[in-house]
Unconditional design. Sequence first.
Length: 223
Amino acid sequence: MEPSFEFNWEATLNSIPHLLPGIPYTLLISFGGLAIGFFIGIFFGLLRISPLRWLRWPAIVYVEVFRGTPILVQVLFIFYGLPQILGGPINALVAGIAAIAVNSGAYISEIVRGGVQSIERGQREASLSLGLSRTQAFRYVIWPQAFRRMIPPLGNQGIISIKDTSLFSVIGVGELVRQGQVYIASTFTAMEVYLMVAIMYLAITWTLSIILRQLENKGLVGQ
């Protein structure tokens, strides 16, 4: 028996208006979570390079836990598990942002640690010899250079986090995949709709990649 499936390009195009409402949710979860995760990453990244062991260990535990467990498990724990502890429900959108924040924060902390440690020790010593305090040396000499080197991996993490939002349909967040699932339930055009979902994700991540490439070409990042 020969398969009777025939791809329907019209169905793919017709799905666009139904998928577009998911883009703001995808971007809100991604960039909202990344913004929070950036500050979490800075905090734990600096703890990771602290000379004090009692400060390093909490950061190590945080990084290993959230890098070593799937983000899907993390968002399910936040959405279904935390309400049992807090005694009240958590909004699905808030749960998605929180999952991106804590997950990306673990990876960003390693980016921060690597960026700061990549700066030659002699620059810090030279800054101190010029009369700067340790805080001033870090703020005005070490951090600006380290941050430029961190931008490419931070961009890569951003792309990964954007794609991770596709998993949050399991908690009912109205992002792209969820919008696609709702539309498929009434049209039964799964392949056509998921193709458009993939194209929309690609457009978002490709745009971010182009922006990062332009920054690199202008010498605003890297060395």
